[in-house]
Design a protein around this ligand. Structure first.
Ligand SMILES: O=C(O)c1ccc[n+]([C@@H]2O[C@H](COP(=O)([O-])O)[C@@H](O)[C@H]2O)c1
Ligand SMILES: Cc1cc2nc[nH]c2cc1C
Length: 337
């Protein structure tokens, strides 16, 4: 596999690349949308989604035929602090489950007609406990970002990124607190389902981590200090998708914390992404507000593993099916308003 960037500063330079919405494609899509057999605006957000998708894809590409779901997995040093309801070995065990097709996301990907890629990242080498020092070295962060960058299928026409990592809601809460401020308790939720005593410990771990690492650099430096390999993998994949003009659907709390690190490094780095769903994890709604994203679905999910984002593929497919398949007023002989 090629090494796409050799340092964090080289990755930062890639984030600054000028890819943006294809204004010609967007204008053509808006014009076409205005001619379809429906009262203007009556398909609500489906219309916005179709225009956004066509603008990002460019040209006249208006179909979703090859969505890709990538699940990144990583292990966390802070898991040893008792911040999760499950033991750390579940991360690797779930990777085997994803590979065997037995997880929820496998079923959801099949329903959505999406391919699935599973990327375990150094599971035998958890990140360092961030209350004692940075979670990752620069070389470790760069390797995880590169694994994410390289995992994107260049022929995909839509990407969903998600994760598996015991204790990673602790990491995500710390990232949100460090980058957005507030109190540790506002960002710290129950994750896999911790009780009150473990929630109190978890909140203190988040507070201590941010006391040590907060305000020490941009989103990527904060990701190195408080994040994890699977969060970095998701960030690398999101950045690669942008460079390939592949629109992205975000998943839950951890996925959005990774997105936040990119956005705080480079404003606009997430313009090619929509929020798939609102997770039941406390803090996700505020995180989405900070990213200026309105979720497509709200079904009470708090699973992660790209599940909510994968469900939302069908919404986007439906938006493009209407946009591409509906007759115009002229074609159908329907009187225009
Ligand atoms: O996506 C979410 O919003 C989400 C919310 C709560 C938990 N999770 C999943 O649960 C794991 C992290 O929970 P925890 O309690 O171990 O920090 C990790 O594998 C995530 O995929 C995911
Ligand atoms: C069983 C299990 C499955 C998961 N999928 C994503 N995160 C998870 C966490 C646990 C504990």
């Amino acid at each position: 596999m090629t090494q796409p960037f050799a340092s964090l500063s080289a990755f930062r330079d890639l984030l600054a690349a000028p890819e943006g919405v294809d204004q010609m494609a967007l204008a053509a899509a808006a014009d076409h949308n205005g001619q379809l057999t429906k009262p203007p605006g009556s398909l609500g957000r489906l219309e916005d989604l179709a225009l956004w998708y066509r603008g990002w894809r460019g040209g006249d590409r208006a179909e979703i035929a090859a969505p890709q779901v990538i699940v990144f997995a990583g292990n966390h040093g802070v898991a040893a602090r008792g911040v999760s309801a499950f033991p750390a070995e579940v991360t690797g065990q779930m990777v085997l489950n994803f590979q065997a097709g037995g997880a929820a996301v496998n079923q959801l990907a099949r329903v959505a007609g999406a391919s699935m890629t599973v990327v375990p990242l150094d599971l035998d080498r958890p990140t360092a406990d961030f209350t004692a020092g940075p979670a990752m070295t620069e070389a470790e962060l760069v390797a995880a970002l590169a694994a994410g960058w390289n995992a994107v299928d260049v022929t995909a026409d839509l990407l969903v990124v998600g994760e598996m990592g015991i204790a990673n809601t602790t990491s995500a809460a710390a990232l949100a607190l460090a980058l957005l401020g507030g109190d540790a308790a506002e960002w710290t939720g129950r994750g896999t389902g911790v009780g009150d005593a473990a929630l109190a410990v978890k909140t203190e771990v988040v507070r201590a981590g941010v006391a040590l690492h907060g305000g020490q650099g941009d989103g990527l430096e904060t990701l190195r200090r408080l994040g994890g390999r699977e969060l970095a993998g998701m960030a690398g994949a999101m950045a690669r998708a942008r460079s390939l003009r592949i629109p992205v659907i975000l998943d839950g709390f951890i996925c959005c914390a990774a997105a936040l690190c990119l956005e705080h490094t480079r404003a606009g780095a997430l313009d090619h992404a929509v929020a798939g769903h609102l997770s039941a994890e406390g803090g996700h709604a505020r995180l989405l507000q900070a990213l200026n994203k309105v979720p497509l679905l709200q079904l009470g999910l708090r699973l992660g593993e790209a599940s909510g984002g994968t469900l939302a593929i069908s919404v986007l497919k439906a938006a493009l099916a209407c946009h591409g398949g509906m007759a115009t007023f002229a074609q159908a002989g329907v009187s225009d308003g």
